[in-house]
Ligand binder design. Structure first.
Ligand SMILES: Cc1ncc(C[n+]2csc(CCOP(=O)(O)OP(=O)(O)O)c2C)c(N)n1
Length: 625
């Protein structure tokens, strides 16, 4: 439908600035055109783009993407337990250096919203493309939601193919954008595109770049201090993406022969073009962020402009915000699917009206960024740290003896990512660690990463990815840091403790029995017994397959009795600082030797790392405590 005017349009719209080249639009010399559904085209486009990992959760109209991918050579495809886990698994594969694509129906993104929103901040290693297949008209859905809003919400780029050829071609574009701008990219389809069939010419494959895993705590661990910095990068990235949208050949100004222009994206473009073949068009392939200058150029060319879009006035509202008069949802239905007839009937009367006075568009300026508060010079830096005696610290000390990439989660234990421990490589959202570990290890086809998760977080959203790892036969070591409480938010109960908000006791779920029930090898060890903990982690790290170690020790703030107190032998201590590496705030360098404050609980971890025997543990009984 588009081809008859494409050449004319490209010539007319050739941007003043140099347009970035499209990704390998060279045709495959040997193959002939295929007749593909949009979903099949996406899967094949992914294969052509060097994608090695495709996952998702079934849901009409997205399902055939993963099904097709599973039949393609060189692509590992998985059904995941749900969309949240699917996205986290894809992120894990991306971290490991593999381009990954995750597919879901529109409501699936509600389930995946937690990792999705923060993934915008962390960005990616190898490209990540999320296909959101929307279902206008609710052919087989419980609601009708316009997921274009999600791309704007997360401040990430969105591509909207309008036919099978574009569905095939845009995937490579999406991966290139993802890696160039360090962002996940949304590829948004609708039922008509996903299930409709059309011609798609195969292109020459575009090899994926080599992107081996590099740990980068400031980028991948979203504790507030890192997230604040990343958030500013996201806002700057959005401006750069808008400039790219201005230059991108995916956003085409197509000249018409009447004084009427239409802005459209995706399949709505096809309906509009059929209804008004002589109109001018701004066809948006990279539809978020909106290219303001291209919109303005359309307004310079025609007297009246309409936006044709299914569901929400997503583009229309942005055009109005530019101060431009536009016709849209006043006459075009805001629910259900459109078709050429509906579009024609809605807009035909508009054409007969007197054109509105042209107004000069007001281009919104780049958003201002808040000035961080000034910190008076000389103030001591007080980074958040794990409490003295916190058993999480012992787990990190043991885990650091192995080469597994420690992928983390959210809880007090996330503080282990900060100096001096630097013991976690990632923190995306609650429950992300296990799915990420699974994707990471699947991508590298070996046990290369471990997951570190708290007990409350395990029950929140760690069980589903563990089930997923069983189902998909992923390898990995999962460490459940069971401190018998939700410590970070102030010691609330959870299903593992059975403690209710009124402090009454309900039934408790046993982590080990739960793991064994789903077929996972599991050992529970006392996290204060450093030797036993070390042995359990070592055994699991060195055994192929999937295993869980529950490191059990109540939160030190809930324990009234101290194990004892560490004392320093000033003669032996040479202040080498090795003990400071465990990151205990009870330890500090003194004038002649290390000093220990009253905060010492006698956990004894520092005693173990001291090579000069300068620290000794005096058990509580011997001190008469
Ligand atoms: C979706 C979501 N809900 C709630 C929170 C707040 N939150 C952060 S960590 C956490 C649980 C921490 O408990 P646990 O995993 O047991 O680790 P601990 O702090 O005890 O070490 C909660 C509820 C959040 N960050 N995200």
């Amino acid at each position: 439908m588009r081809s008859h005017c494409a050449a004319r349009a490209m010539a007319w719209s050739s941007p003043c600035r140099r347009a970035p080249p499209l990704i390998g639009y060279t045709l495959c010399p040997v193959e002939r055109a295929l007749f593909l559904s949009g979903n099949e085209a996406i899967a094949r486009g992914a294969q052509r783009a060097g994608v090695r990992f495709v996952c998702g959760y079934p849901g009409t109209p997205s399902t055939e993407i993963v099904e097709t991918a599973a039949s393609l050579e060189g692509v590992h495809a998985e059904w995941c337990v749900n969309e949240k886990v699917a996205l986290e698994t894809a992120v894990g594969a991306s971290l490991a250096g593999v381009r990954s694509l995750v597919a879901m129906k529109h409501v699936g993104l509600n389930v995946a919203a937690d990792p999705f929103m923060t993934l915008s901040l962390t960005g990616v290693n190898a490209g990540v493309v999320l296909v959101s297949a929307d279902d206008p008209g609710m052919h087989s859905s419980q609601n009708e939601q316009d997921n274009r809003a999600f791309a704007k919400f997360a401040k990430i780029p969105m591509l909207e193919p309008a036919d099978s050829q574009e569905a095939y071609d845009f995937v490579a574009e999406a991966f290139a954008l993802s890696e160039e701008f360090d962002t996940p990219v949304m590829l948004r389809t609708t039922t008509r595109l996903s299930h409709g069939r059309g011609r798609a010419l195969p292109r020459v494959p575009v090899p994926a770049p080599e992107l081996p895993y590099e740990r980068d705590i400031a980028k991948y661990v979203m504790v507030p201090q890192n997230a604040r910095r990343r958030n500013r990068l996201v806002l700057e990235r959005l401006q750069k993406l808008r400039r790219r949208a201005e230059e991108s050949p995916l956003n085409v100004l197509e000249a018409g022969t009447v004084d009427f222009g239409i802005i459209a994206s995706g399949v709505a473009y096809q309906y509009a073009r059929e209804a008004f073949p002589k109109a001018w068009y701004l066809k948006l392939g990279l539809s978020h962020p909106l290219p303001y200058e291209k919109v303005a150029r359309l307004y310079q060319s025609v007297a009246r402009v309409a936006v044709v879009e299914e569901l929400d006035p997503f583009i229309e509202e942005q055009v109005r915000a530019l101060g431009l008069p536009v016709m849209g949802k006043e006459v075009i239905p805001a629910d259900g699917e459109l078709d050429p007839e509906t579009v024609f009937r809605a807009l035909e009367p508009f054409l007969a009206r007197r054109p509105p006075r042209r107004r000069r568009p007001v281009t919104p300026s780049a958003p201002r960024l808040a000035t961080p508060p000034e910190v008076p010079a000389g103030l001591p830096v007080r980074p958040p740290v794990l409490c003295p005696g916190c058993a999480h610290r012992s787990v990190y000390a043991a885990l650091q003896r192995h080469s597994l990439a420690p992928l983390g989660d959210i809880g007090c234990y996330t503080l282990g990512a900060l100096p001096p421990l630097r013991a976690l490589d990632s923190c995306l959202c609650m429950g992300a660690s296990i799915g990420m570990m699974s994707g990471f290890n699947q991508a590298l086809r070996r046990k290369a990463a471990a997951a570190v998760i708290g007990d409350s977080t395990f029950f929140h959203s760690g069980v589903t990815p563990l089930i997923d790892a069983v189902y998909n036969q992923s390898e990995g070591l999962v460490l459940v840091l069971d401190n018998r409480t939700t410590a970070m938010t102030g010691h609330q109960g959870h299903p593992g403790t059975g403690l209710r908000p009124d402090r009454s006791q309900g039934p408790a779920v046993d982590v080990q029995r739960l793991c064994e029930g789903i077929g996972v090898r599991c050992a529970t060890v006392d996290a204060t017994d450093h030797k036993a903990l070390d042995a359990a982690i070592r055994a699991e790290a060195e055994t192929p397959g999937l295993g869980v170690v529950v490191a059990l020790a109540p939160c030190v703030l809930m324990v009234r009795e101290r194990a004892g107190r560490v004392v320093v032998d000033e003669e032996r201590c040479n202040r080498c600082g090795l003990c400071l590496d465990v990151g205990c705030p009870a330890l500090a360098p003194g004038e002649v030797a290390m000093t220990l404050t009253d905060a010492c609980t006698g956990c004894g971890l520092c005693v173990e790392v001291c090579r000069r025997g300068a620290l000794t543990l005096e058990p509580a009984e011997s001190r008469g405590a």
